[in-house]
Design a protein around this ligand. Structure first.
Ligand code: 26W
Length: 823
């Protein structure tokens, strides 16, 4: 890049300017005219138009970073659950009104074109969405940052229901073109796999090892704009797509084996083909390790070769970069950087280790032991033989340290070994990350504490200085400003618009909780949001809901620890009480219970629970009496786009995991910020939400983590709760006797026997406490003034949960990097 790279200027910020740009795109890029264009043509032209407004800022940001050479943050994440791009780009550029008017002048409706965008669902759930919120905040805070990940050709599967059961369909999100990406095949990088290592003596007589890969794959970068909110900054998200190497093809073509050449090409390209839909139970699949190494190796190479100036002294790498590891998925980056420094740049081992340890930091997102990734040594050795050698050496030196400092405590040594011996010899990726990184953080106070006290206790005593907490957050741009224009308008009218980038200012709303007129308008907004949801569910799913009822929402991945079953037992109990006459319909607070959840395709119990929810829903919704006061809605294929309409409409947010199991949760934050009240356990970030919004404005129930642990310690017996609780017995009886399965007792037998047998997540233990809390909810909802007062206080006191604050915490506690605002 020269000193004076000439930069393009943005199109004119006016209706006329927008119309001109849009028509040029429609005619010259889509090659069509208004009279003949499809909605997709128009959407693509619109997306490219908006893109042009961001382009100059993007180029300027890139050039500024190149010139200033600041310390940058590289976020390494196997998942980015981005959601639709158009709306976000429109609010970032302040073009919503201009675009609406410009399109209207051409007889087009912005709302229709919006619907044409297929969201890039390149993530499973919370962890992927968190990555998307974080890069949004980094751009908005003008932090030099780049997101690295995988451009999956197929994202998270599309869910449909057949007879209430989940059916998965491929998510072909690229089918109609992706106007937000820029492919750069000219910047492809090569990544090796397999083969063997060999020893040799270098020119200085030093014994060294080198890797001779057996096959290679190309990584093609695809850049995405990450617009900051009205700050002139646009950062980059760089997703890698796998391609077969040219040489590889040619050689085989020359042998005349056309079919084999094409097959091997597909083989290489499989690496970025599909997102693994597993969430929290890693399957240990070879292709998954290939994906992980592929994107991490591409990203490290990219940073060193492309983003650093030529001749940069890599001993100073920690001054220029910190790689943040989003869970264990990118942890193979630690031995990879060691390999690059030692094998390719001739570093001494100790120097390389010193640099590497300062370049990485690791975030853990789970507490479930089965979710901690381990890779069989056999597999690692076959796919990445040099990396395995490096891991062994790291482990040897680390364990020598442990041995020395513990006075030869061999039990401790075995416990802390990066290599597990049982049930098979395997690399524990969380341990490697802890040893090889400068910091380890959990994602909420309670989670970080449990990491220190339980999951990584030995390591926390060994490296106390490494452990820290950063509580998760969500971006207020997407989850308030864009998703809830009604509430945003009301807030801005009251306190100005500074809250969008300084969410603590929501505190200024607190006095308005006492203002009857403000509360009335708040309720008006909620009602309008419910109407939007009614519309969406009618159009999208053919589901009818009644917006005058309490909207009780539980949306998140389907997992036993999250306890969708507990919510369902509440529904079944209300059904039971009404149908037996114990409860008069007149005395029931009418509710609509909304579920949204995908189950991992191989998670049998989770899929059974989905079927059970749908079957209970069918019976409840068609019961003449019950359906007047209780309805269940389960729209299929819950995703970010649905969340944007659902969250602002909710009255009640269900955050009911067994205490000690949900690392943080981020849906809980989105609901509170949009004025829903939470019914929740003392788990994850719920703890902090409750502390901030106040006990009076939160429905707490259930065991605490120490209580649950103590019960587990003593031996948990679910039947003891069953025997003592009549309404629980009756609810389970209804399920077991086939009331929700056309009289067939076998359909849901496994669900019931699991609850009465193991009930690993203590659903039965928390049942009564949950019912009691739901009664408090009903009573509270009966007083709209008090309820909306609490709801306003939830909004006013949830500013802490902005991902901008999370980013400030990471900058201060972990990254030690600084913003580089545009001049
Ligand atoms: C199959 C391997 C695997 C294992 C774990 C894939 C994905 C995971 C993730 C850790 C699952 C996940 O999304 N965890 C969630 O991360 C959120 C962001 O920190 C937290 O808010 C949630 O509590 C946590 O469950």
């Amino acid at each position: 890049m020269t000193e004076n790279t000439p930069l393009i200027s943005s199109p004119e910020h006016s209706v006329e300017g927008f119309v001109r740009e849009f028509m040029r795109e429609l005619n010259f890029s889509q090659g069509t005219v208004l009279e003949r264009s499809t909605v997709n043509d128009e959407y693509l032209a619109l997306a490219r138009t908006v893109r042009h407004y961001l382009m100059a800022q993007w180029m300027e940001t890139t050039v500024d970073h190149y010139r200033a050479q600041p310390k940058a943050v590289a976020y390494l994440s196997a998942e980015y659950l981005l959601g639709r791009q158009l709306d976000n780009a429109l609010i970032a550029t302040d073009l919503v009104e201009i675009a609406t008017e410009a399109l209207a002048s051409l007889g087009l409706d912005l709302a229709d074109l919006r619907e044409a965008e297929v969201e890039p669902g390149l993530g499973n759930g919370g962890l992927g969405r968190l990555a998307a919120c974080f890069i949004d905040s980094l751009a908005t805070m003008s932090v030099p940052a780049i997101g690295y990940g995988i451009r999956y050709e197929y994202g998270i599967f599309r869910q449909t229901f057949a007879d209430g059961r989940q059916v998965e369909e491929p998510d072909n999100w690229l089918e109609y073109g992706s106007p937000w990406e820029f492919a750069h095949p000219e910047h492809e990088v090569t990544v090796g796999f397999g083969g063997h290592t060999e020893k040799y003596t270098d020119d200085d007589g030093v014994e060294r090892s080198r890797w001779v890969p057996g096959w290679r794959v190309l990584g093609v970068p695809h850049n995405y704009m990450v617009p900051g909110y009205r700050n002139g900054r646009v950062n980059t998200l760089r997703l890698w797509s796998a391609r077969a190497t040219h040489a590889f093809d040619l050689k085989i073509f020359n042998y005349g084996d056309y079919a084999e050449a094409v097959r091997s090409q597909t083989f290489a390209e499989n690496i970025s083909k599909v997102l693994y839909p597993e969430d929290s139970t890693p399957q240990g699949k070879e292709l998954r390790l290939q994906q992980q190494y592929f994107f991490v190796a591409c990203s490290i190479r990219d940073f060193i070769d492309q983003l650093l100036p030529r001749g940069f002294d890599l001993h100073r790498l920690p001054e220029r970069i910190v790689f943040q590891l989003n869970d264990t998925h990118p942890v193979i980056g630690i031995p990879e950087l060691m390999r690059v420094l030692v094998d390719e740049h001739g570093f001494e081992w100790d120097d390389a280790w010193d640099v590497t340890r300062r370049c990485f930091a690791y975030t853990c997102h789970t507490l479930l032991p089965e979710a901690l990734e381990v890779w069989p040594v056999e597999l690692m050795g076959r796919l990445l033989p040099r990396h395995l050698e490096i891991i062994y050496r790291i482990n040897d030196e680390f364990l020598a340290d442990v041995r020395e400092r513990s006075g030869g405590d061999e039990l401790l040594v075995r416990r802390m070994s990066i290599i597990a011996e049982h049930p098979e010899r395997a690399v524990r990726m969380a341990y490697l990350a802890t040893v090889g990184g400068a910091r380890v953080n959990g994602v909420a106070e309670l989670h970080s504490q449990l990491l220190r006290d339980k999951v990584l206790a030995d390591f926390a005593s060994f490296f106390p200085e490494k452990f820290t907490n950063v509580t998760n957050g969500v971006t207020p741009r997407r989850f308030v400003k864009l998703a809830n224009p009604g509430l945003s308008g009301l807030i801005t009218e009251a306190i100005g618009d500074g809250w969008v980038t300084d969410l603590d200012r929501l505190r200024e709303l607190e006095p308005l909780a006492e203002d009857a007129e403000f509360r009335r308008r708040f309720r008006e907004v909620k009602a309008a949001n419910k109407d939007r949801l009614v519309d969406l569910l009618r159009r999208r799913d053919g589901i009818e809901i009644d917006p005058s009822t309490m909207l009780d929402v539980m949306v998140k991945r389907l997992h036993e620890y999250k306890r969708q079953l507990l919510k369902l037992l509440h529904v079944v109990t209300v059904y039971d009480r009404i149908t037996t006459g114990e409860l008069a319909v007149a005395g029931v607070t009418p509710r609509t219970v909304v579920f949204g959840a995908k189950a991992a395709p191989g998670y049998v119990m989770a899929k059974q629970i989905i079927a059970l929810i749908n079957h209970v829903g069918a019976v409840v919704n068609s019961h003449p009496e019950v359906s007047g006061v209780l309805r269940v809605a389960f729209p299929a294929n819950y995703n970010v786009t649905v969340a944007e309409t659902l969250v602002p409409a909710a009255d009640l947010s269900e955050q009911i995991s067994l205490a000690g199991k949900e690392a943080s949760g981020t849906g809980n934050m989105k609901f509170a910020l949009n004025g829903a009240l939470t019914i929740g356990t003392d788990d994850g970030a719920n703890v902090e939400i409750r502390k901030l919004v106040g006990d009076d404005n939160f429905f707490l129930f259930g065991l605490t983590e120490p209580e649950a642990s103590a019960i587990a310690e003593r031996g948990y017996r679910p039947t003891s709760y069953y025997e003592e609780n009549e309404s629980l017995r009756r609810a389970l009886h209804l399920i077991a006797t086939g009331v929700f399965s056309h009289g067939d007792r076998s359909t849901f037998e496994p669900v019931v026997s699991n609850l009465l047998g193991e009930d690993r997540f203590m659903v039965l233990a928390d049942y009564q406490s949950y019912l009691d809390a739901q009664e408090r909810v009903d009573a509270a909802y009966a007083d709209p003034e008090a309820w909306s007062r609490s709801a306003v206080l939830n909004v006013a006191r949830s500013g802490f949960f902005s991902s901008d604050r999370s980013m400030r915490d990471y900058l201060e506690r972990i990254w030690h990097a600084e913003p580089l605002p545009s001049s």
